[in-house]
Design a protein around this ligand. Structure first.
Ligand code: FES
Ligand code: FES
Length: 160
């Protein structure tokens, strides 16, 4: 017998999608497996690494811990939706490049999504605060100094 499905309406990066999904499908799997948005990474799949960080209604969320059905009707932004309409990188993306804030790059989409939210939350006033509020995003390559420097730069540019 086929598994029952639910109709889920997702608004991702400005585009509306309606998907028929197993009700257990996470937002992470919906993005990657059903919409082909593989910029959002799978790390632990248990809410501990931050690789899957996206924005839901402007707040950072771990997509592996959110059911797609629970995100129905919400505004979702992934790393693919962060750049400008003309392809200009978001200032945080540019700052990560400028500060060499990555090595393998696997954690980077989640780091950048978290970093943007960190500033919007008002948690980027100094390096210690940035480290604390970015502590949910792990980097096995140890790119933390560059990540903090990138966030500091973008935060201070916004404060000018
Ligand atoms: Fe979601 Fe690790 S994959 S927190
Ligand atoms: Fe490799 Fe962060 S750049 S895990």
């Amino acid at each position: 017998m086929a598994s029952p499905t639910v109709s889920v309406a997702l608004r991702v990066n400005g585009h509306a999608h309606t998907l028929d999904l197993d009700p257990r499908t996470t937002l992470l799997d919906a993005l990657r497996e059903h919409l082909g948005l593989t910029g959002t990474k799978v790390g632990c799949n248990h809410g501990t690494c931050g690789a899957c960080t996206v924005h839901v209604d402007g707040r950072r969320q771990l997509a592996c811990l959110v059911l797609a059905a629970a995100a129905s009707g919400r505004i979702i932004t992934t790393i693919e939706g962060l750049a400008g309409a003309d392809g200009t990188p978001h200032p945080m993306q540019a700052a990560f490049v400028a500060h060499d804030a990555l090595q393998c790059g696997y954690c980077t989409p989640g780091q950048i999504m978290s970093a943007v939210a960190c500033i919007e939350e008002g948690h980027a006033g100094d390096d210690a605060t940035i480290r604390e509020y970015m502590s949910g995003n792990l980097c096995r390559c140890g790119a933390y100094p560059g990540i903090v420097a990138a966030i500091r730069d973008v935060a201070s540019a916004g404060a000018d």
